[in-house]
Design a protein around this ligand. Structure first.
Ligand code: AHR
Length: 507
C-alpha cells in the first residue's frame, strides 16, 4: 500500500447554512422492468410475504432509510399513463403496452390506490407525475380531484365507489416528464405554455397544497431553464402575481462511457472508474449554472430546483431484457451517490428535492430482488443512503478541505479525491467523508470548530475493491463497519481507506 495522503478537514459547527431538506434523499419508481412488478408489487396471492400485494421486505428496507418521498409512475411511462385505467377491480382494468420499456404488457394492477397504500406503508410523501405528453388538462385535473378532494364531487364519488372515503394528501405534483424528448418532443416555449396551463388546473382542494414541478432541462440545457424561469418572472408582474409552478426539474445521469456504450456495471478498469467519478463531480457546476439562471429571474428563491432523476446508468446486466434497465451496483456507484450528497448539501438553499433513479431493480437501485428466489439484496448505494440519513432536515454547516495531495489528473483535469460535507441537528454534528482514491488511504485530521463535541463515533463503507458488490449469494460483501478514531489536540484523526465512504457523529 503506498503512503497515506494527509488532509485537514475543518467544520464550522457554529455557522449555520441552509436546511438540508430530507426530500433531497427522495426516490423514483417507474413502471419499468422489475421496479414496480416484482420489485414493489407481487400481488396478494404471492408466496412472498406482502401487505395487500406489496412486498413487506422491500417496505421494511426502505423504511430503514427514512424514505421521504416517492416519484411515480414515471419517467417516460408517465406520459403514456392514463390514471383511470389503474382504478377499480383489478380484473376489470384495461391492459396496455409499455412501449417505452420492453414493449411488454402492463395490466394496470398497480394503480393509484396501490401507490398511495405503498406510500402509507413507507411513510413517504407521494410525488405523482401527471401526463402532459399524451393526456389532457381535464384528465390531470380530475386525477388531482380524485386524490385530494373531500365532500361531494364526481371524482370524490368515484373514489368512494372504489373503497376510499377520505382524500389522500399529495404534496408533490409533476407536470409531465422530459417534454423535450419522450414526453412530447416540444420546444421549451411550447412546453412552458403548457406547464402554465396544466398547473393552473391542478387545484388545491381543501387543505391539500400542491407543490407543482414543471419538467425541466436535460443536463446542461440552460436555455430550457431560462424559458421556464421567464414564465415565473412574467407572472410575478401580473395584476394578480402568482407562481406558475413552485419548482422546476432537471435530469442528470452519471454516464462513465457514452450514451451508446455506457460500459459494464461491474467490469471496469481504472480509466472507466475515473471517468465515472469525474462525471459524478460534474453535477455540481451543472446545478450551479442552472441555479445562476434561476437567480436572475427569481432572486428571492421562491422556486425550487428538483433533480428528480439522477444516478448511474450502465449497460444492462448481460442476459436481461435491454428494455428493463437492470444493472448491478458496486462500490463505485456508492461513491457516485456520496459525492452527489455532498453537492446537494452545499446547494440546499435552492435544490429542494432530488430523486435517485430508481428504487428497486432499475438503474442505480437501493434494492435488487432475485427473479427466481425472490431474495432481497441491499446494494452499496443503499448503505450510503442509510448512513447519510442523519442529514435529513439538518442544518448544513461549512466544510473546508485542505488536502493538496488528495487529487489526481483525469484526462487533463485535476480532480479532488477527498470530498466532505457536514450538518448539525439537535446538538449533534455529522460529517460525511468520501475518498475516491483507488490506492491511497487518507489520514484525515478533523477539526470541529465552534462547539465542544466529545462523544465521537464513525462508520465506514470500505469493501475490498471499488468493484465489490452484494448479491443473493454474498449479500454482505459491502456493508458499513465501525471506523477507529483517535483524539488529537484540535479534534479527531481517522484513516479513510481507498474507495471508501464514512460518516462521523459528534455529540
Ligand atoms: O429512469 C429511466 C428513464 O430515464 C426515465 O423514464 C426517463 O425520464 C429518463 O430518460
Amino acid at each position: 500500500m503506498p503512503d497515506a495522503t494527509r488532509a485537514t478537514v475543518i467544520v464550522n459547527v457554529d455557522i449555520p447554512g441552509p436546511v438540508i431538506s430530507r426530500h433531497l434523499y427522495g426516490h423514483f419508481a417507474e413502471h419499468l422492468g422489475r421496479c414496480i412488478y416484482g420489485g414493489f408489487w407481487v400481488g396478494e396471492d404471492s408466496p412472498i410475504p406482502n401487505v395487500g400485494g406489496i412486498r413487506q421486505d422491500v417496505v421494511q428496507a426502505l423504511r430503514e432509510l427514512g424514505i421521504p418521498n416517492l416519484r411515480w409512475p414515471g419517467g417516460c411511462f408517465a406520459d403514456e399513463y392514463h390514471w383511470r385505467d389503474g382504478i377499480g377491480p383489478r380484473a376489470d382494468r384495461p391492459r396496455m403496452i409499455n412501449t417505452n420499456w420492453g414493449d411488454v404488457e402492463e395490466n394496470n394492477h398497480f394503480g393509484t390506490h396501490e401507490f398511495m397504500a405503498l406510500c402509507e406503508l413507507l411513510g413517504a410523501e407521494p410525488y405523482i407525475n401527471g401526463n402532459v405528453g399524451s393526456g389532457t388538462v381535464r384528465e390531470m385535473s380530475e386525477w388531482v380531484e380524485y386524490l385530494t378532494r373531500s365532500g361531494t364531487s364526481p371524482m370524490v364519488e368515484l373514489r368512494r365507489a372504489n373503497g376510499r372515503e377520505e382524500p389522500w394528501r399529495v404534496p408533490f405534483w409533476g407536470l409531465g416528464n422530459e417534454p423535450w424528448g419522450g414526453g412530447g418532443r416540444m420546444r421549451a416555449e411550447t412546453y412552458t405554455d403548457l406547464a402554465r396551463q396544466y398547473a393552473l388546473f391542478c387545484k388545491n382542494h381543501g387543505d391539500n397544497v400542491l407543490h407543482r414541478i414543471a419538467a425541466g432541462a436535460s443536463e446542461d440545457d440552460y436555455a430550457w431553464t431560462e424559458a421556464l424561469m421567464r414564465a415565473v418572472d412574467e407572472l410575478s408582474h401580473d395584476t394578480f402575481p402568482v407562481l406558475p409552478f413552485e419548482a422546476i426539474s432537471v435530469h442528470y445521469y452519471t454516464i462513465g462511457g457514452t450514451w451508446t456504450t455506457k460500459g459494464s456495471a461491474t467490469q471496469f478498469d481504472d480509466d472507466d472508474y475515473w471517468r465515472t467519478i469525474v462525471a459524478a463531480q460534474d453535477v455540481e457546476p451543472l446545478l450551479r449554472r442552472h441555479i445562476a439562471v434561476m437567480d436572475r429571474y427569481d432572486p428571492q428563491r421562491q422556486v425550487g430546483l428538483v433533480l428528480d432523476e439522477w444516478g448511474t446508468w450502465w449497460d444492462v446486466e448481460p442476459g436481461t431484457n435491454p428494455g428493463f434497465l437492470y444493472q448491478q451496483n458496486t462500490m463505485r456507484d456508492a461513491l457516485v451517490a456520496s459525492l452527489h450528497f455532498d453537492v446537494f448539501h452545499r446547494l440546499a438553499d435552492r435544490l429542494s428535492m432530488a430523486n435517485i433513479a430508481q428504487t428497486v431493480n432499475v438503474l442505480q437501485a437501493m434494492l435488487l430482488t432475485d427473479e427466481e428466489t425472490g431474495a432481497l439484496v441491499r446494494t452499496p448505494t443503499y448503505h450510503v443512503f442509510e448512513m447519510n440519513k442523519v442529514h435529513h432536515d439538518a442544518t448544513s454547516v461549512p466544510v473546508h478541505v485542505r488536502a493538496p495531495q488528495a487529487q489526481r489528473e483525469v484526462a487533463g483535469r485535476t480532480v479532488p479525491t477527498l470530498s466532505a460535507s457536514a450538518s448539525v441537528h439537535a446538538g449533534r454534528c455529522h460529517v460525511s467523508l468520501t475518498n475516491t482514491d483507488l490506492e491511497h488511504e487518507v489520514l484525515v485530521d478533523l477539526d470541529l470548530r465552534g462547539a465542544s463535541l466529545t462523544e465521537l463515533t464513525a462508520r465506514v463503507l470500505a469493501p475490498q475493491s471499488a468493484g465489490s458488490f452484494n448479491s443473493a449469494e454474498h449479500p454482505e460483501d459491502v456493508r458499513p463497519q465501525p471506523l477507529k478514531l483517535a483524539s488529537t489536540a484540535t479534534g479527531v484523526r481517522l484513516t479513510l481507506p481507498p474507495h471508501s465512504f464514512a460518516i462521523l457523529k459528534a455529540a
